[in-house]
Design a protein around this ligand. Structure first.
Ligand SMILES: [Zn+2]
Length: 127
């Protein structure tokens, strides 16, 4: 494969190359528009799941949506324990009509881990 275009990046979750579709936003984080493609976001599929995780996140944590990123650690950044993570997984299962099999929710360290798990589950379900 050839060179990587400067406008493209890989999804931090599934490593899918994502073409930079936002031509005119050259790195001004204070433009508070909705989630367009920035290096901190992922491919459309993973972004959709991130949005869902934000929507389903246990409310008792009182987090800003901006704090829930792919790289955010459940324990260190979001103040969650494995029980919260399980609760989130169950909410996602209900929303996506999936059975997410995870023996050890405590192994899920970051939001990206959950997105990756959900996507693997979806792929298995579709196979
Ligand atoms: Zn992705």
């Amino acid at each position: 494969m050839s060179e990587v275009l400067p406008m493209s990046f890989s999804c931090p979750v599934c490593q899918t190359p994502v073409a930079g579709t936002t031509a005119d936003t050259t790195g001004s984080p204070d433009t508070a528009t909705s989630s367009t493609a920035t290096p901190s976001s992922g491919c459309p599929d993973c972004n959709k799941l991130l949005d869902l995780i934000r929507a389903k996140f246990p409310h008792q944590h009182n987090l800003c949506l901006e704090e829930i990123t792919f790289a955010a650690s459940f324990t260190e950044d979001l103040g969650c324990d494995s029980l919260d993570t399980s609760e989130l997984l169950m909410a996602l299962e209900g929303e996506l009509a999936l059975t997410i099999f995870e023996e050890a929710p405590e192994r899920l360290k970051t939001v990206a881990d959950v997105v990756r798990l959900v996507r693997q589950t979806q792929e298995k379900a579709a196979a």
